[in-house]
Design a protein around this ligand. Structure first.
Ligand code: AMP
Length: 210
């Protein structure tokens, strides 16, 4: 029996929409992921297992081949850089935009802007391309608080309905990129496990189309 294909998934918003898609592709976890404390989860198929990790770690597991495939947001992939992996299928899950945002109605100060974000690499690249020097402040969550308490002039975050920004007195300013969820594949696995991966990718593509 060959090694099973390992798919890296992260708990949260993306998982809730990924599981029905995987089910349509014929892959169902053997445990209830919401309540299980296991990090390695068997599936209804002997040749596929799941690992549950933090979303920002999914590209790293796939890059190093610790997982053959993974499901990750374009935001996380762009921040990681994409070394060692292919972005294979746009799963069309959790579409949103990455934007800058600032205090609604307040002009930006003239000093060097302080920008708070979970995405320092993307943010740095965005401002660098425009020839704007900014001071980056790395945060791990609740970015919307930063302008209100004077920690930053701007934030860079994901925006879906815009309700979170609005509830915190912020307005979206500049569009950085569109984001949706991607199926990613380890480059070496794509060669070594070509048949198994291609078959799985085709089932996932059919599930997305259906
Ligand atoms: P909203 O209020 O609908 O604009 O959603 C914004 C909040 O949800 C922010 O805290 C975002 O970080 C988060 N968010 C929005 N879309 C996504 C997504 N596709 N993946 C992860 N987080 C998201």
């Amino acid at each position: 029996m060959p090694e099973p294909l390992t798919i890296a998934l992260a708990k949260g918003r993306i998982l809730d929409e990924t599981l029905p898609l995987l089910a349509r592709a014929g892959i169902e976890p053997a445990d209830d992921l919401a309540s299980s404390r296991r990090l390695v989860i068997a599936t209804n198929r002997d040749d596929v297992r799941l690992v549950l990790i933090r979303s920002a770690d999914v590209p790293t597991y796939v890059q190093y081949g610790a997982a053959d495939l993974g499901v990750a947001g374009k935001d996380v992939l762009a921040e990681h850089g994409g070394n060692g992996l292919y972005e294979r299928v746009d799963l069309k899950i959790a579409p949103c935009r990455m934007m800058t945002a600032g205090i609604d109605g307040r002009p930006l100060p003239r000093h060097r802007l302080r920008v708070a974000t979970k995405y320092p690499r993307i943010t740095e690249r965005f401002f660098h391309r425009q020839g704007r020097q900014v001071e980056l402040i790395k945060l791990y969550g609740s970015m919307e608080l930063a302008p209100m308490v004077g920690l930053a002039d701007l934030i860079v975050d994901l925006v879906d309905t815009g309700n979170t920004l609005k509830a915190n007195g912020l307005a979206p300013l500049e569009h950085i990129m569109d984001v949706s969820t991607r199926l990613i594949i380890n480059r070496a696995a794509q060669k070594m496990k070509h048949r198994a991966i291609t078959a799985l990718v085709e089932r996932v593509e059919a599930a997305v189309a259906g």
